[in-house]
Design a protein around this ligand. Structure first.
Ligand code: ADP
Ligand code: MG
Length: 258
């Protein structure tokens, strides 16, 4: 009899990583299953963005020890594009503006690159346009944004929406959203949270939400909250941790865990 043993979508084991010989990640362990929402909180400089970039395969970081498994497969040595084709998506904390690159051409290129990786032919441009229109509606971005250069002159909120648009378009299984809430006013925050909730609920995606603030987690309810400090996850719990952090600060958690 074959037992149905569930493999985590993402499993990080004792991950240590450096940049320019500086140790940043010092033994991270994390397991995420399909459909789960995990929040990672922690003070500035605790290693949250580094963790997300190491998971996505940013070339500036070196893995010293440990492994990253995606759908049970070790991806620690894979190039970022291959990780993306497997279903991993990272929305940057600071999305870059790319002068001279048309947003629609860019989106069509990443969509087709993923299809090619699955041995599927390029999509018909008209079909792509229809698909893109649907996704634009979902992320509440006006159609005019696809004829502009990638992120050029976009407001903070529009850049974040353009990241979510890529996530929705690529239909990635795991989205790592690095401070998607930063720089957004309350209405924009509420609105982008609704979009993310729609993606989670209708498509059973898994999400890692990196955030400083409890406010985002009032709109998107995480199954787990992890607190990062000095390159490690020092506490994991339910959404109540966010309340305690807001009330008592990060020092309190450090004191009870160290
Ligand atoms: P967080 O996202 O939690 O604010 P980061 O992952 O951005 O933290 O940064 C973690 C630590 O890594 C910080 O001390 C930061 O200064 C350091 N760091 C990040 N990038 C570099 C780099 N390119 N060179 C040296 N140190 C870096
Ligand atoms: Mg960061």
């Amino acid at each position: 009899m074959i037992k149905n043993i569930k493999v985590p979508l993402l499993e990080i084991r004792n991950l240590h990583a450096n940049i320019n010989d500086n140790k940043i990640l010092k033994g991270v362990n994390l397991s995420i299953y399909e459909g789960e929402v995990h929040a990672i909180m922690g003070i500035n400089g605790s290693g949250k963005s580094t963790l997300s970039k190491v998971i996505a395969g940013h070339p500036s970081y070196n893995i010293i020890k440990g492994e990253i498994l995606f759908q049970g497969k070790d991806i620690s040595n894979l190039d970022p594009d291959l990780r993306s084709h497997l279903g991993l998506f990272l929305a940057f904390q600071y999305p870059v503006e790319i002068a001279g690159l048309d947003n629609q051409e860019f989106l069509e290129a990443i969509y087709n690159a993923k299809r090619l990786s699955m041995n599927l032919p390029k999509v018909n441009p008209l079909f792509f346009y229809e698909l893109l229109r649907k996704k634009l509606k979902m992320v509440k971005l006006d159609e005019s944004f696809i004829s502009r250069n990638v992120n050029e002159g976009f407001s903070g909120g529009e850049k974040k929406r353009n990241e979510i648009l890529q996530f929705a378009l690529l239909d990635s299984q795991l989205g790592i959203l690095d401070e998607t809430d930063s720089g957004l006013d309350i209405d924009a925050l509420k609105s982008i949270s609704e979009t993310i909730n729609t993606i989670i609920k209708t498509e059973n995606k898994s999400i890692i939400l990196i955030t400083h603030y409890k406010r985002l987690l009032e709109y998107i309810k995480p199954d787990f909250i992890h607190v990062m400090d000095d390159g490690q996850i020092i506490k994991t719990g339910d959404s109540n941790i966010a309340n305690l952090l807001e009330e008592k600060g990060y020092d309190w958690i450090k004191n009870i865990t160290r």
